[in-house]
Write a protein that binds this ligand. Structure first.
Ligand code: KG4
Ligand code: ZN
Length: 343
């Protein structure tokens, strides 16, 4: 079976073709980073217009590269939420129109379920039950995955998502957009001994997160540096980046350990944009090793938004018996807890 995946929930147009025998046959990604950089963040209206410009050429490119004709496609999967509504509508409209024209079914996919299942494209792949840490620009969640579609949210962020905290802190430190990867790169030249930031909500039981206070901690530290005789130096910025990243990574690691202990599950999956963070990967590797568990993550290009995860999640839904429905409306907000396993 071949499934075409279309992702347009935010600032990346991602297209991929998944084949149930051969895996991903081809995928293409267009990032709008340069378009939004001068505004310091994603401008929704510009995002929608740019998806319109890119989505059809990228679909053509993927089909050409895979040497696949429309007649060889069995289904189309598209991100139906959560995300920017205008951006989602572009992908949904194109998916439904092509499905209608080609006479194939189309399936809505939950963006975070796409991230969640992305590690299953790798070898070795995790298999349910597993605990997933979803860390993206909009979400920080620990999920107990009992089966595909059967998700128990164990904990989530009460305020900023981990990626959002990276982005806001980077912006505050003048590192520009997109902040996460830039802050992580600057942290590499930071002095680990200089500052130690708190690990929010780790001193009490539970699996909830809160990252907004860390941002304030960074701001106060930055202002103290600015008032010193040397002013804010490049080294100060790098040292703050290190302390911030260390606090986020350690907090996520502590909660992952708790979630594995609490559930007794031996597989941990990390996915979403922040799972590209190499320090986080290293730290979680240590945590699971001590628990005799295993950690799985997507390859770097499938950590951030992409079409492959949508094609694959769509395939899993088809396999489980999902019924196509052309009347589905896209949703800006769509709690993952509302997802159900197919009957
Ligand atoms: O999953 P994603 O591409 O989009 C959403 O669904 O939100 O995640 C994007 C987020 C951004 O906040 C970005 O700064 C963060 O992932 N990110 C990183 C790294 N690469 C991307 N954060 C920390 N370290 C990284 N290496
Ligand atoms: Zn995402």
């Amino acid at each position: 079976m071949r499934v075409l995946g279309i992702e347009t929930s935010c600032d990346e147009t991602g297209i991929a073709l998944y084949d149930s025998e051969a895996g991903i046959l081809a995928d293409a990604l267009y990032s709008q980073v340069e378009l939004h950089a001068e505004y310091g963040g994603v401008v929704p209206e510009l995002a929608s217009r740019d998806h319109i410009r890119k989505v059809i050429p990228l679909i053509r490119e993927v089909l050409d590269r895979a040497q696949c004709t429309p007649q060889q496609i069995d289904a189309i999967a598209y991100t139906a939420g959560p995300g920017l509504v205008g951006a989602l509508m572009v992908g949904a409209a194109v998916a439904k129109s092509l499905a209608f024209a080609w006479g194939v079914p189309s399936f809505p996919v939950h963006h975070m379920e796409g991230h969640l299942l992305a590690p299953m494209l790798e070898d070795p792949a995790p298999s349910a039950p597993f605990v997933a840490l979803l860390v993206s620009g909009g979400h920080t969640q620990l999920v107990n995955v009992k089966a595909i579609g059967d998700y128990e949210i164990l904990g989530e962020s009460l305020d900023d998502a981990a990626g959002e905290a990276f982005d806001k802190t980077a912006k505050m430190l003048g590192l520009g957009y997109p902040g996460g990867p830039r802050l992580a790169a600057r942290a590499e030249t930071g002095n680990p001994q200089r500052f130690k930031f708190p690990r929010p909500m780790c001193d009490r039981p539970g699996l909830q997160f809160s990252f907004s206070g860390l941002k304030t901690f960074c701001l106060n530290t930055k202002e103290a540096c600015e008032q010193s005789p040397t002013g804010l130096t490049e080294q100060d910025v790098a040292d703050i980046c290190w302390a911030f990243q260390d606090a986020v990574v350690e907090t996520l690691a502590i909660k992952c350990r708790r979630a594995l202990q609490q559930t007794g599950v031996k597989q941990l999956v990390i996915a979403g944009g922040v799972s590209a963070n190499l320090r986080l990967r290293e730290r979680l590797q240590e945590v699971v090793a001590k628990l005799g568990a295993q950690v799985f993550y997507p390859q770097l290009r499938y950590c951030t938004d992409n079409g492959a995860m949508i094609a694959y999640a769509g395939y899993q839904r088809v396999l489980a018996g999902a019924v196509p429905d052309l009347n589905v409306q896209v949703r800006a907000r769509w709690p993952m807890s509302e997802l159900k396993a197919e009957a």
